[in-house]
Design a protein around this ligand. Structure first.
Ligand code: ATP
Ligand code: MG
Length: 574
C-alpha cells in the first residue's frame, strides 16, 4: 500500500477526551474515529489490526474444533422473556420496537439465540458435542462508556457456545476453549494471566478471565508469586493466619466514650488498640432493604462479593440519612448490637474476641464485645477484599497485585439456559436431558486496544507483529521519480510484496523527520530507510520500532533480513 493513497488521517495532538493511551494513540494513528458515546468508526489501519486479531481467533477456534456461525443482532423479546433475562438484564439492554409494535433488543450476548438454534436441531446424544462461535457486533448500553474501544456501546466480540451431553463433556469443552484462548493471546504477543473468576463450587472453578496486564486496567488481580493461582480480586481468597486466641477469656462488655472519634484510625488511636481489635459495621442499601456488613477494622469490603452473597445486582453504601435511620446514631458510630436488619459478617473473623464496635450512639463505642454472647450472627460469608502480601490459598507464598484488562472470559454455564429454553436431547438410554453448556467470549477491539496499552512509548504504538496493520514500512528520504533512492525503495516494495509481506511505502513528498515520526506513531514493527548516502554503498537501514537500533544491510540481502526479523518476532509469540 502506498502511504499517499491510504486513508490515514493522523493527529499531532492527543484528543482532549481520550483518557487512556490506547484511545489517544488509536485516534492519533488514524485507526478510529468516534461517532457518538461508545460508538466508533474504524479506518483502514484500524480494520487491518482488527482483521489480524479475528484471523488469529478463527484459526485457533477452528483448530479447537469450533465452527463459525453468524447469529442475528436483532433479537425478539419473546426469547429473552423465555430465559427470564428480558426483565433481569436491565438498562444495559438496547430495546426497540418494530412497525407492528413487537419488541426487540440488540444482542448484548447470544445465549438465548444460540440455544434456540440448537434446540430445534439437536435430538440425540449422537449429535453432541457441538461448539459454535461467531465474530459479531454486540450492543450494550454501558452506564459509563469510556476508554475508546475498551468499553464501547457497540463493539466486536467473538462469542462461542459449547453443548455437551454431560458434565464431563462440558468440562472437556471448557478445557479446550481455555487452551485455545491461551494460544490466542500468546499469538497476539500479549503478556496476560488467566485468573479465576468464580470461586470453586464442587468440582473446582469454572470461570476464568483472561487479563492483559496493564496499569490502566480496570480490574484488580491477585496472583501467586510461586504457583499458578491467580484470581480477580472479586473472587480472590487467601490463606490467613487464624484470627484470635482460642484461650483468651471473654471479658465483660463495656460502653465507653469516644468523643468525636468516628473513623477506624481515630477510634483505635484513641482507645490505644490495633485495628485488628475493631469490627466495623457498614450499612448497605440493597433490594432486600438495608443490610449490615461486618469486617475487621483493617479489612475492606469487596462489593462484588457482597452482591454475590446477597444475590443482588444493585447495592450501594447507605446514604447518611439511611444510616441514621437504621442505627439511630450519626455516621461513625454504627454497630451491629441491637440492629434488626440482616447482618452478614466476614467469615475469617469468627474467632475474634473482646472486640470494639460502634454503640449506635453519638460518641460511644462498645469494648470487649463477643460474637455469640453480644452479637449473634446468622450469616458468615466471604465479603472482604484480599490484599497483596497475604498468603496464596494453595501454596501460602505471598500474593502479588496486578492490574489487568479483561479481554476474554470462559464460563461453564451448565443447564441454566437449556432448562429455561427447554433445549434437550435423548441420551443413550432414551431419557430426555438438558444440554450442558459453556460460553466463551473475547472482546476483539478491546484486545487490540489492550495490545497498545501494553506496547507503546512516547513516540507512539509499538505493535506486536501479529497485530500490526503492516509488518514493514519503507521510507525513502527522497521521492523524486527516477532518483536512485525512490527507484530502490519502489523495487524493494515490489520485491517484499511479491514475497507476501505486508508493506507500506511512504511515497509522500515530506521531510524525512515527518515520515519517521508518523512511522513511529502508527507503530509499524520494522522500518526500512532508503537514502542516497546508504545507497552509495548499496545499503539500506533496518530499524525495528521496539528497539530503535539501526542495522545496515546490503540492498540485495534486505528481503532475507526482513523475513528473518518477522520469523523471529512471530516465534516469540507462539
Ligand atoms: P466487563 O466486566 O468488562 O463489563 P463483561 O463481564 O461484561 O466485561 P462478557 O460479557 O464476559 O464481559 O463479554 C466477553 C468479552 O467482551 C469481555 O471479556 C470483553 O473483552 C468484551 N467486552 C465486554 N464488554 C465490552 C464493552 N463494553 N466494550 C468492549 N468490549 C467489551
Ligand atoms: Mg459488562
Amino acid at each position: 500500500m502506498l502511504f499517499s493513497q491510504i486513508y490515514l488521517p493522523t493527529l499531532r495532538e492527543k484528543p482532549a477526551e481520550a483518557e487512556v493511551i490506547s484511545h489517544q494513540l488509536m485516534m492519533r494513528a488514524g485507526m478510529i474515529r468516534k461517532l457518538s458515546s461508545g460508538v466508533y468508526s474504524f479506518l483502514p489501519l484500524g480494520v487491518r489490526s482488527l482483521r489480524k486479531m479475528e484471523t488469529i481467533i478463527r484459526e485457533e477456534m477452528d483448530r479447537a474444533g469450533a465452527q463459525e456461525v453468524i447469529l442475528p443482532a436483532l433479537q425478539p423479546a419473546e426469547l429473552w422473556q423465555e430465559s427470564g433475562r428480558w426483565d433481569k438484564y436491565g438498562k444495559e439492554l438496547f430495546r426497540l420496537k418494530d412497525r407492528h409494535d413487537h419488541e426487540y433488543c440488540l444482542g448484548p450476548t447470544h445465549e438465548e439465540v444460540i440455544t434456540d438454534l440448537v434446540r430445534h436441531e439437536i435430538r440425540s446424544y449422537r449429535q453432541l458435542p457441538v461448539n459454535l462461535y461467531q465474530i459479531q457486533t454486540k450492543f450494550r448500553d454501558e452506564i459509563r462508556p469510556r476508554f475508546g474501544l475498551m468499553r464501547g456501546r457497540e463493539f466486536g466480540m467473538k462469542d462461542g457456545y459449547s453443548f455437551d451431553r454431560d458434565e464431563a463433556g462440558a468440562e472437556d469443552s471448557y478445557r479446550q476453549m481455555f487452551e485455545a484462548y491461551s494460544r490466542i493471546f500468546a499469538r497476539c504477543g500479549l503478556k496476560f494471566k488467566s485468573v479465576e473468576a468464580d470461586s470453586g463450587t464442587i468440582g473446582g472453578s469454572f470461570s476464568h478471565e483472561f487479563m492483559v496486564l496493564a496499569d490502566t486496567g480496570e480490574d484488580a488481580i491477585l496472583a501467586c508469586s510461586l504457583c499458578a493461582y491467580g484470581a480477580n480480586v472479586e473472587r480472590a481468597v487467601s490463606h490467613l493466619p487464624v484470627v484470635g486466641n482460642p484461650e483468651e477469656e471473654l471479658r465483660p462488655v463495656r460502653k465507653v466514650d469516644t468523643p468525636g472519634r468516628k473513623t477506624v484510625e481515630e477510634v483505635t488511636r484513641f482507645l490505644d488498640i490495633p485495628a485488628t481489635r475493631l469490627v466495623k459495621t457498614l450499612i448497605y442499601q440493597t433490594p432486600q432493604g438495608p443490610v449490615g456488613i461486618l469486617v475487621r477494622g483493617d479489612q475492606e469490603v469487596n462489593e462484588t462479593k457482597v452482591r454475590r452473597v446477597l444475590d443482588a445486582d444493585e447495592i450501594s453504601l447507605a446514604e447518611e440519612a439511611l444510616v441514621e435511620q437504621v442505627t439511630g446514631a450519626p455516621v461513625g458510630f454504627a454497630g451491629a448490637v441491637g440492629l434488626t436488619i440482616l447482618l452478614v459478617a466476614e467469615e475469617t473473623i469468627r474467632g475474634m474476641k473482646n472486640f470494639v464496635m460502634g454503640a449506635n450512639e453519638q460518641d460511644r463505642h462498645f469494648v470487649d464485645l463477643n460474637w455469640e454472647r453480644d452479637v449473634p450472627i446468622s450469616r458468615w460469608a466471604d465479603v472482604r477484599e484480599v490484599q497483596a502480601g497475604e498468603g496464596c490459598p494453595r501454596c501460602r507464598s505471598p500474593l502479588s497485585a496486578y492490574r489487568g484488562i479483561e479481554v476474554g472470559h470462559v464460563f461453564k454455564l451448565g443447564d441454566k439456559y437449556s432448562r429455561a429454553l427447554k433445549a434437550t436431547f435423548l441420551d443413550a438410554q432414551g431419557q430426555e436431558q438438558p444440554l450442558i453448556m459453556g460460553c466463551y467470549g473475547i472482546g476483539v477491539g478491546r484486545t487490540v486496544a489492550a495490545a497498545i496499552e501494553q506496547n507503546h512509548d512516547g513516540d507512539g504504538i509499538i505493535w506486536p507483529l501479529a497485530l500490526a496493520p503492516f509488518q514493514v514500512i519503507i521510507t525513502p528520504t527522497d521521492v523524486t521519480a527516477g532518483s536512485a533512492t525512490f527507484e530502490t525503495a519502489r523495487s524493494l516494495y515490489d520485491q517484499y510484496r511479491a514475497a507476501g509481506l505486508e508493506v507500506l511505502l511512504d511515497d509522500r513528498d515530506e521531510r524525512p523527520g515527518i515520515k519517521f515520526k508518523d512511522a513511529d506513531l502508527i507503530g509499524i514493527p520494522l522500518r526500512i530507510t532508503v537514502g542516497p548516502k546508504g545507497l552509495q554503498e548499496n545499503v539500506v537501514e533496518l530499524r525495528p520500532r521496539a528497539t530503535k537500533t539501526v542495522q545496515r544491510v546490503p540492498v540485495p540481502q534486505s528481503l532475507e533480513a526482513v523475513q528473518a526479523f518477522i520469523t523471529r518476532e512471530l516465534g516469540k509469540m507462539s
